[in-house]
Design a protein around this ligand. Structure first.
Ligand code: ADP
Ligand code: MG
Length: 146
């Protein structure tokens, strides 16, 4: 994993599009090989944030969804390749079998939803926590590695 510069930001959004733009903006600050862990309840907006990241990297944002059967998706953009992982349906032993350590040691960007389900997750990732403030409002807290 390529270390991300330490940073702390709090962004409040009022629509899915604004959350996408937050992801787009953050992606432009990330070096190749950076890893983003996303936390937050179902419907918080994690996938929306990753969709913005994909757009920021020059990939097609329409490819970004929460797939039922695919655990890892890959988007190729002009600027970089992004691997999008959703751990929601997996138990820790299954997560250990995914080979995420190899994935995050590569040159590509990696975004992992429900990263808290991966007990052995390494340090050094950018952490994005999204909380609902009611209706369409969300608070997005972005924290670089301590
Ligand atoms: P998650 O991946 O965290 O489960 P999604 O990104 O798939 O969440 O879905 C977020 C849902 O919340 C979408 O239906 C979206 O339209 C809705 N939504 C409403 N307001 C916002 C907002 N400010 N940011 C992101 N999503 C929002
Ligand atoms: Mg999702």
């Amino acid at each position: 994993m390529v270390a991300v510069r330490a940073m702390t930001r709090v962004i409040e959004t009022a629509s899915e599009g604004e959350t996408e733009r937050a992801g787009e903006e953050i992606s432009s600050a990330l070096p190749h090989g950076a890893v983003v862990f996303l936390y937050g309840d179902l419907g918080a907006g994690k996938t929306a944030f990753v969709r913005g990241m994909a757009r920021g990297l020059g990939a097609d944002p329409e490819d970004v969804s929460s797939p039922t059967f695919t655990i890892v998706q890959e988007y190729s953009g002009a600027r970089a390749r992004l691997h999008h992982v959703d751990l929601y349906r997996l138990a820790p032993p299954e997560i250990e079998d995914l080979g995420l350590d190899d994935l995050i040691d590569g040159q590509d960007l990696v975004a992992i939803e429900w990263a808290d389900r991966w007990p052995g997750r390494p340090r050094g990732a950018l952490e994005v926590r999204i909380d609902s403030l009611g209706e369409d409002r969300r608070r997005i807290q972005v924290t670089g590695p301590a």
